[in-house]
Design a binder for this molecule. Sequence first.
Ligand SMILES: C[S@@+](CC[C@H](N)C(=O)[O-])C[C@H]1O[C@@H](n2cnc3c(N)ncnc32)[C@H](O)[C@@H]1O
Ligand SMILES: Nc1nc2[nH]cc(C(=O)O)c2c(=O)[nH]1
Ligand code: SF4
Ligand SMILES: [Mg+2]
Length: 181
Amino acid sequence: MRKINEIFYSLQGEGYHTGTPAVFIRFSGCNLKCGFCDTRHEDGRMMGDEEILDEVGKYPARMVILTGGEPSLWIDEPFIDLLHKAGKYVCIETNGTHFLPTGIDWVTCSPKQGTKLVLTRMNEVKVVYEGQNIDVYESLPAEHFFLQPCSCSNTREVVDCVMRHPKWRLSLQTHKLINIE
Ligand SMILES: C[S@@+](CC[C@H](N)C(=O)[O-])C[C@H]1O[C@@H](n2cnc3c(N)ncnc32)[C@H](O)[C@@H]1O
Ligand SMILES: Nc1nc2[nH]cc(C(=O)O)c2c(=O)[nH]1
Ligand code: SF4
Ligand SMILES: [Mg+2]
């Protein structure tokens, strides 16, 4: 059984796959307590894999995004295999402080200040910008580097920072701009 906060169908609002239809599986609970976190950390409900797969199967998209909370606290290789057997492309949003099972198709790592990263592979880095030094993230083993405003509030500051650090690109939380989930 795995603790699920919500399962919903929307468009990936952030980062490289922005605009792509995807089923979000939001797991409950997190090992960090970021002051800016925009997730409602509700208790959630224990669900079996069959029930989770049934819910995911209600939607036509191939992309599934594991998020939370911190999804790495709840997943294992058999779960990723089940999603693959259902024909899904599996993405994860993680803070990078826990190891991941093998086989995930797309890893988005969002490192948080003052934490120790354990991931050795990731496809994209997505930093929520609060004025911190981003140079330290440039050596991470990722193909894409995104800087994201905090709750759409400091966008001009992020634009200026990206222009000073051209390895990075702007990631807007587009779902918030168009009022979708
Ligand atoms: C809610 S977190 C869940 C996954 C994982 N715990 C993590 O932090 O990556 C999903 C993404 O939203 C970002 N995020 C959380 N709160 C935010 C906010 N207020 N503004 C912008 N991005 C935010 C996180 O940094 C992360 O990239
Ligand atoms: N549309 C939409 N895109 C997202 N990308 C990452 C999200 C998250 O909370 O992990 C998220 C979310 O909550 N909604
Ligand atoms: S690590 Fe992710 S889910 Fe956890 S508190 Fe921070 S932003 Fe929220
Ligand atoms: Mg979100």
